[in-house]
Design a protein around this ligand. Structure first.
Ligand code: NAI
Length: 319
């Protein structure tokens, strides 16, 4: 039999593990030898209510299969309590899967502060609080794995989801910076934009599509990213679902480099708009310094396209 990817002796915290993707992660890690904190507030997909049942059911299932798990019923907004559960029950934390989430879909025209704030509290503050509480442990033991959860809605936008999109793209920036800060301590942080059948998607996708999007099919990538040996991937974004796994990255057009002097006007940009938006020779920036290098080049530059005279006659407003 082929060797399994194992997590023996490790402690995994999965937030929102009472259903959907979180449950699939929790069952998997427990089946591969990890001790799992099954966190779930037991709310509706809009964040209403609350019950210990969701987490308990998963913990019981893990235990019935001979695995090790403990429940936690706190909101991710109280991340320190969730991480404390791991320390108290198992003495350590190695892997944190920030997965809990809710939706408050409404067109921007009708968005209320409450819809905006709640989404940001659960996704952004919740992910921050759990990670912040786990971080000192990761640093001390010079090992940690963080998987954050974004969404296609955050990467590309999605009608009726400005609150959710903003919160989900925040996961990307958060992960990219965490990866840089964690590198020295062997803390790898990645972010996934999953797609899976769950109560979150069952109302917006037809059954034949949902049948091909089992939550279990997101798990293998998360396992690879969480494992101690198999990857040094960090700060990366992945789309994953239905058996498809792909990495995303930023792409920048090679752009327009204009000399920053009196000729650098709105009209100068409009004249060369095609070059601003030309992706035929793209760059793939991975840090803020890439842009500073470009600026340094611009300082050294001579006149724009030597010999060329910028001509803005006729439309003064553009200059
Ligand atoms: P789900 O609704 O089945 O599971 C989310 C779980 O999080 C629920 O069990 C819920 O009780 C729990 N939860 C909600 N608020 C919580 C809080 N404050 N503290 C602790 N637990 C809380 O949803 P699903 O589909 O499994 O989603 C998991 C994650 O994946 C979410 O972050 C979601 O935004 C994200 N996602 C899912 C996609 C999909 O296709 N299913 C697409 C893109 C992103």
């Amino acid at each position: 039999m082929a060797e399994q990817l194992r997590f023996d002796g490790q402690v995994v915290v999965v937030t929102g593990a009472g259903g959907g993707l979180g449950k699939a992660y929790a069952l998997f890690f427990a089946s591969r030898g990890a001790s799992v904190v099954v966190n779930d507030l037991g709310v509706s997909f809009k964040g209403e209510g609350g019950s210990s049942k969701a987490a308990d059911v998963v913990v019981n299932e893990i235990k019935a299969a001979g695995g090790k798990a403990v429940a936690n019923y706190d909101s991710v907004e109280d991340g320190d309590k969730i991480i404390y559960t791991a320390i108290q029950a198992f003495g350590r934390i190695d892997i944190l899967i920030n997965n809990a989430g809710i939706l408050r879909d409404v067109s921007f025209k009708n968005m209320k502060d409450q819809d905006w704030d709640l989404i940001n509290k659960v996704h952004v503050r919740g992910t921050y609080k759990c990670t912040r509480a786990a971080w000192p442990h990761f640093r001390k033991q010079k090992f940690g794995r963080v998987i954050n959860t974004a969404s296609a809605a955050g990467l590309f936008g999605s009608f009726g989801q400005t609150n959710y999109s903003a919160a989900k793209l925040a996961m990307v920036g958060f992960t990219e910076t965490l990866a840089k800060e964690g590198a020295k301590y062997n803390i790898l942080c990645n972010v996934i934009a999953p797609i899976a059948a769950s109560r979150m998607t069952e109302t917006v996708m037809p059954p034949e599509v949902l049948n091909n999007l089992r939550p279990e099919w997101v798990v293998p990538l998360v396992a690879v990213l969480a494992h101690k040996n198999n990857t040094d991937e960090s700060g990366s974004i992945f789309e994953v679902g239905g058996g498809h796994v792909a990495k995303l990255r930023w792409e920048r057009s090679s752009g327009l480099l204009l000399k920053a002097d009196e000729t650098y006007t709105p009209g100068a940009i409009i004249k060369k708009w095609d070059r601003v938006t030309d992706f035929s020779d793209p760059q793939y920036p991975s840090g803020p310094n890439d842009f500073l290098t470009l600026l340094e080049e611009s300082m050294k530059m001579g006149p724009n396209d030597p010999g060329e005279k910028l001509d803005f006659t006729g439309r003064v407003a553009l200059v």
